[in-house]
Design a protein around this ligand. Structure first.
Ligand SMILES: [Zn+2]
Ligand SMILES: [Zn+2]
Ligand SMILES: [Zn+2]
Length: 246
């Protein structure tokens, strides 16, 4: 998991070929991110004097005399060659996220970023259900933060699915609660294709299935299915329901 940022510094000539073709010389610091993005910074302002975002290729050469970088993205070429090198270093980096406490066993700082909570040092990763919030409370069993997730009802659960499962909580609350509008069988709470669904009990004879939206049930639709209050407003469990009145 360990990604790194490399930083090179020195008196360099920077040449950019492409839409913004230009050549510059000065004492600069070059930042190379884990996705190969190259940023050349001089003394002024926040903006790099030259950059190439996620180039197709990046070649880095270093020897006692200095360093050279060559990045290519289609027609665009960024070249940085040192005349006199101040040196180069490599640092471990992670995605930065909102801090949400620490791991109860390892003490690893936990941050929320990109739909998951991650441990900065161990790389442990807990995916979050859509629209979930991380609470200040911690789990009585394992000490990890608790989360609040909506899937028909609001559930407060452990961050770790292995400790406390949202699927199970939803199943306990809504399994066989609703009726298939096509055939009248019960709708079962199932996970298929990575999604939590209310799917017809007569499957595979009846293939009716609805993804359970992130929201709470507040009403019943004319079609008999529940109405969900979601972040984007009210909707029928069947997102394409023609009988749902806004
Ligand atoms: Zn737990
Ligand atoms: Zn059915
Ligand atoms: Zn409906």
């Amino acid at each position: 998991m360990s990604e790194t940022i490399r930083v090179f510094a020195g008196d360099c000539t920077t040449t950019f070929e492409g839409a913004r073709a230009r050549t510059q010389r000065g004492r600069v610091a070059i930042v190379v991110k884990p996705d190969r993005t190259v940023l050349v910074h001089d003394a002024d302002g926040y903006q790099p004097v030259a950059w190439l975002t996620r180039p197709d290729s990046l070649t880095v050469e270093t020897d006692e005399g200095g360093f050279g970088l060559l990045a290519r993205a289609g027609e665009q070429v960024l070249r940085v060659v040192s005349h006199e090198s101040s040196g180069w270093v490599e640092y471990p980096v992670t995605e930065a996220g909102v801090p949400v406490g620490s791991h109860p066993e390892t003490g690893d700082p936990l941050v929320r970023a990109g739909g998951a909570v991650r441990g900065l040092d161990t790389g442990v990763r807990y995916p979050l259900p859509a629209g979930a919030t991380v609470l200040d409370d911690t789990c009585d069993d394992c000490g990890l933060p608790k989360i609040r997730a909506e899937a028909g009802d609001a559930f407060e659960l452990c961050l770790d699915r292995a400790c406390e499962s949202l699927d199970e909580a939803v199943r306990e609350r809504f399994d066989r609660e609703w009726t298939c509008p096509e055939c009248g069988s019960d709708l079962r709470i199932i996970r298929r294709g990575g999604r939590l669904l209310a799917g017809c009990d007569a499957y595979p004879d009846c293939e009716t299935a609805f993804a359970i939206p992130a929201g709470v049930v507040v009403d019943e639709c004319d079609c008999g299915l529940p109405v969900f209050e979601t972040a984007r407003g009210r909707r029928c469990l069947d997102g394409t329901c023609e009988r749902f009145e806004r």
